[in-house]
Write a protein that binds this ligand. Sequence first.
Ligand code: HEM
Length: 173
Amino acid sequence: MVSLIAQDLERVWEEARSLAESQLEEVGQLVRQFVLQPVTPVATCQFENAVEECLRFDGPIPLTQRIPHEDVVFGEKTIPKDTSVLVLLAAANRDPDHFPDPDRFDITRDPNPHIAFGGGAHLCLGTHLARMESRIAIGHLVERFPKLQLESETVEWGASLFRVPGALPIALA
Ligand code: HEM
């Protein structure tokens, strides 16, 4: 009994640790995008827009998956039930029908109806936490070190399933 509880605790701890690590890595990807772009937000409220634009422009999760339980008509196509469908969130976030000049990184973009957190019944449960953490992390970093510069043009992508850098060498001043 005691060893079962210990195993459960260990599993919960492992899950919590990997969630915290993945969130850190995700913020890393947003920081990378932020440093790559030659923009300096002048007001705190602009960090909110900046985080949204990072998420749209090159978010940490480029795709998700759905398996419809019945035939679904999508545009001019019918997706048969039980088909595995990969949904390219990153492509949708650059759709010119929804985002004027979609390949331009623009922190003043308004509205910015990106779907970096997915949508529908399975919309990311951590949306609010991720937004809050990203605004605080990036906001404080940029305010404290306004002259951040990437030390390497090459990205070493992490081993994670997410699109996140494994390391992000940055010069602070
Ligand atoms: C920038 C950070 C994050 C991004 C870009 C992100 C993005 C996503 C995406 C695209 C999905 C799939 C949605 C779908 O299939 O429609 C998802 C699901 C999910 N996310 Fe996040 N996520 C982030 C952070 C977090 C955090 C911090 C947590 C928890 C603390 C979290 C918890 C979840 C959970 C539980 C699901 C599954 C929801 C379900 O299947 O009903 N995410 N996330």
